[in-house]
Design a protein around this ligand. Structure first.
Ligand code: MRU
Length: 353
């Protein structure tokens, strides 16, 4: 059974991009409109929109916004196409780790390159059509991931631990890891979710608890250091998290702290699953060593709610993601089924390589 989520994170409507402002959740729930490609770059970088699949869609929207802006300054179709491709490639640099951003923008670039006519409006119509398709596909894909993953929940009242937010808010709707949880909840209303706080941006505390409570799913907030306690004491039956990029060998980049969680799960013999669409698999890189890790600013660690929590002069460093080696991953749940070891062989089969 599939449970729908009420949350629609991002949508293309009336020629603008509309997105939930995730920097002010859970206290304020409101949409912002994005009308320029520059503003889209800023919103992706500042995490007004975040989560790998959601920033992919935001990127595709950004290309359309860029297309409208360029239409006012360039009417030579060849020059127009080249300028739009340059702007689109620049937009990819707003966040480096999630491959979905590049994937979705590349889908738009393919359309620009293939377009043979001279009518710029027609090209823009094609780009908009693709945006609507990507949005629609995202929800359907997440529902399939959810359905596949729910089969792994094999006891009543299971305790499921998740990290960061891989939910409706990280996608167009429904979610990947939280999609699995939503589908499991549709089968068993007594599941118990444990959400890691996720320092420093607190996506677990601010976003995951908010969206699960919205859907009436039981959720308990843990701070990041509590996972071993709860695993040892029998609260956790499985871990399911999302992914920002999966290498050909199954190594997986996800929010900082995921690697620790996987090590703890292995020690306690608890299955550790990644839930992600195929668009998160980067078949061009052989291992996690090739995944670029976004380093974010120190203030995210040193300042909470506008107040410094450390003595002046405290040093820190803020890698936003870590890479979990494939041997700590029990399975990767995709829309086309669950992958197990040997990941390289199984990913190649999945992509017909
Ligand atoms: O920095 P964020 O909030 O964009 O990081 C998000 C995550 O790490 C998610 O787990 C990942 O993007 C998967 S979202 C379905």
């Amino acid at each position: 059974m599939i449970l729908n989520s009420k949350i629609r994170t991002i949508k293309w409507e009336n020629n603008v991009s509309k997105m939930i402002d995730q920097t002010i959740l859970p206290n304020t729930y409101s949409y912002v409109e994005v009308k320029t490609i520059d503003k889209m770059y800023e919103n992706i970088k500042n995490m007004v929109v975040r989560g790998a699949p959601a920033i992919g869609i935001a990127g595709a929207h950004g290309v359309v916004l860029g297309a409208y802006e360029l239409e006012r300054e360039e009417n030579d179709i060849l020059k127009y196409k080249n300028k739009l491709i340059d702007r689109s490639n620049w937009l990819k640099t707003s966040r480096p780790t999630a491959v979905n951003l590049r994937w979705a923008i590349d889908k738009q670039i393919e359309i620009i390159k293939k377009f043979e006519g001279c009518n710029i409006q027609r090209l823009i119509d094609e780009l908009v059509e693709n945006v609507l398709k990507l949005e629609n596909d995202d929800i359907l894909i997440n529902q399939r991931i959810g359905k596949n993953g729910a089969k792994l929940v094999n006891k009543l009242s299971a305790g499921i631990l998740t990290h960061c937010n891989a939910g409706a808010l990280a996608t167009v709707g429904y979610g990947t890891a939280l999609g699995v949880i939503r589908s499991a909840f549709a089968n068993d209303k007594t599941i118990k979710v444990y959400a890691n706080e996720t320092r420093p941006r607190q996506q677990g505390a601010r976003l995951t608890t908010w969206e699960l409570i919205e859907d009436g799913i039981d959720v308990t907030l843990l701070t990041d250091g509590m996972c071993s306690y709860f695993m040892k004491n029998g609260y956790i039956d499985m871990v399911v998290v999302g992914a920002d990029r999966i290498a050909l060998n199954g190594d997986t980049a996800n929010k900082i702290g995921t690697y620790t969680l996987a090590i703890c799960a292995k020690y306690h013999n608890i299955p550790f699953y990644i839930a992600a669409p195929k668009s998160t698999i980067d078949i061009n890189i052989k291992s996690g060593n090739e995944i670029p890790i976004e380093m974010r600013n120190d203030e995210e660690v040193l300042i909470i709610n506008g107040e410094s929590i450390c003595r002046e002069g405290t040093k820190t460093i803020n890698p936003s993601f870590d890479v979990t080696p494939n041997d700590l991953i029990t399975g990767i749940i995709t829309e086309d089924g669950i992958l197990y070891q040997n990941y390289e062989e199984n990913i190649k089969r999945l992509f017909n390589l």
